[in-house]
Design a binder for this molecule. Structure first.
Ligand code: ZN
Length: 476
């Protein structure tokens, strides 16, 4: 799972419709605000939010890479301030939205201020603080979470890697169940409370709930966006159904009826992924003979080429070297497209591997701390296919962030939330056999011929097509 992290993350435009009452207020008030008042308000908000986002970004970074009760408390405090600022500006923006004569940019920025809060809180005293405390606690407990494997404790990033390669159904079940019992289930009540507060906040801002607020960020009414995603899903569903049926059959052949029945749902822990959201890791199980024999696995190629996963007990100068070199390969991809190299600070400040002396949030994310050039990724990289692809995806966020870094603050974001993710996923599609040859991973003689296209497409579909209903479900 991949996310873009930013404490004051402001998604893009909402097309909220100002009420008639608002328009009337503006027209009849004794000192009616003018379009230039709106310009001044936007400029003030942008300056304040820019400055806060830099400071807040540092706080969030320290918290995510050094989880303690104290950094949680400070992160929650900054989250509270950020939410209060964002809600205050959103409510104020509503006053200007219906004014005649607004410039295009001011109008759009007012929309962003009004609809672009990730988790809004109501103005009730204490609500922003409670929301920030809960969301920080959820992130922190997820980062510190443990499951078990063969009865021994195992952290989240190790489970993630293990589920991709382990083929023992009892052990897979143990990891899946223990993680969900230990980490997922206890988060339930807090998660429900977080949504309750955020929904109230969204209602105060004029949205049906926080989901409608998020869906309003796509330059169309929220309902239209929901209808569009449903329509697109129905177009792909026949392909998904075939993929599901085929994968289920192959899993049944491998594990037998007692583990995976021939009909009904697929046992989620058998799909090679901690969230069952991408299935490519079990390609070896489902690959059809002949056309499915692609002949290589990126993770295995990396190991062959000397990318050795850093041992937890290794504190020599080479600690983390292989993982960092995987990121260098990712940087090389973007350099080959003509982008400037990543700044030196990226290499000094990013988190590439899981530290051994403290808890961190391993979940991959991309950051631009100063909104200019202080780019970073935060990962706990494993030498495997998933993380090789994820590195390209996360760097896609960083290069996109840098590409818009001269924009005013409220435009420092993707065209919409989905677009930011799409950049990285589109880049990841370029991880073709020929690319692997160009970067020296794959022997040119091993490039699969055209007769293996079905296999390559199936491998791709297991990640991309399998993800679609998962993504849609999360979106709903
Ligand atoms: Zn992403």
């Amino acid at each position: 799972m991949k996310i873009l992290a930013s404490i004051a993350a402001l998604a893009c435009a909402s097309l909220s419709v100002p009420t008639a009452a608002m328009a009337q207020d503006a027209a009849t008030a004794a000192v009616a605000p003018t379009a230039s008042d709106a310009d001044a308000f936007v400029a003030r908000a942008e300056k304040d939010l820019f400055d806060f986002s830099v400071e807040g970004g540092r706080v969030a970074w320290i918290n995510a890479t050094y989880l303690t009760d104290d950094t949680d408390a400070i992160a929650a405090r900054y989250g509270e301030i950020g939410t209060e600022k964002a809600v205050g500006y959103a409510l104020e923006a509503a006053k200007y939205q219906a004014l005649p004569g607004l410039s295009y940019d001011t109008k759009r920025k007012l929309d962003i201020l009004r609809g672009g809060i990730v988790l809004p809180a109501p103005t009730t005293p204490g609500a922003a603080a409670e929301l920030a405390t809960i969301s920080t606690k959820l992130q922190s407990s997820y980062g510190k979470g443990r499951g078990t494997l063969r009865g021994k404790e195992i952290n989240g990033s190790d489970i993630e890697a293990e589920m991709g390669s382990n083929r023992n159904p009892d052990e897979l079940r143990e990891m899946w169940v223990s993680w969900h019992d230990n980490v997922g289930a206890p988060m339930g009540p807090d998660y429900a409370r977080m949504l309750e507060i955020a929904n109230k906040g969204a209602t105060e801002l004029g949205y049906a709930d926080v989901g409608a607020m998020w869906r309003s960020g796509y330059d169309m009414p929220a309902d239209d966006f929901a209808n569009l995603t449903d329509k697109l899903w129905l177009e792909v569903k026949p392909l998904y159904d075939e993929l599901h049926t085929y994968v289920r059959t192959q899993l049944n052949k491998k594990y037998g009826d007692a583990v995976q029945s021939k009909t009904g749902p697929i046992r989620a822990d058998l799909l090679g992924n901690m969230w069952a959201q991408e299935w490519g890791n079990i390609y070896d199980i489902v690959a059809p003979p002949g056309a499915g024999d692609i002949g290589y696995d990126i993770g295995a190629l990396l190991v062959t080429k000397g990318y050795q996963q850093t041992d937890v007990a290794d504190f020599t100068a080479s600690r983390g070297k292989a993982e960092k070199n995987m990121v260098k390969v990712g940087e090389g991809f973007f350099s080959s497209l003509g982008f400037a190299p990543l700044p030196k600070t990226f290499w000094d400040r990013a988190q590439f591997i899981k530290p051994t002396d403290r808890e961190v949030v391993c979940h991959a994310s991309a950051w631009d701390i100063d909104n200019v050039e202080d780019l970073r990724i935060k990962m706990c990289i494993k030498v495997n296919t998933d993380d090789f692809v994820t590195i390209h995806h996360e760097l896609g966020h960083n290069y996109y962030q840098r590409a818009y870094n001269k924009q005013p603050y409220l435009y420092l974001n993707g065209a919409n939330d989905g677009f930011h993710e799409a950049i990285g996923d589109a880049i990841a599609l370029s991880i073709t056999p020929n690319y692997l040859v160009q970067i020296g991973l794959l022997d040119p003689a091993k490039v699969p011929g055209a007769d293996k296209d079905n296999g390559l497409l199936l491998r791709q579909a297991m990640d991309m097509v399998a993800f679609l209903p998962f993504g849609l479900l999360i979106g709903k």
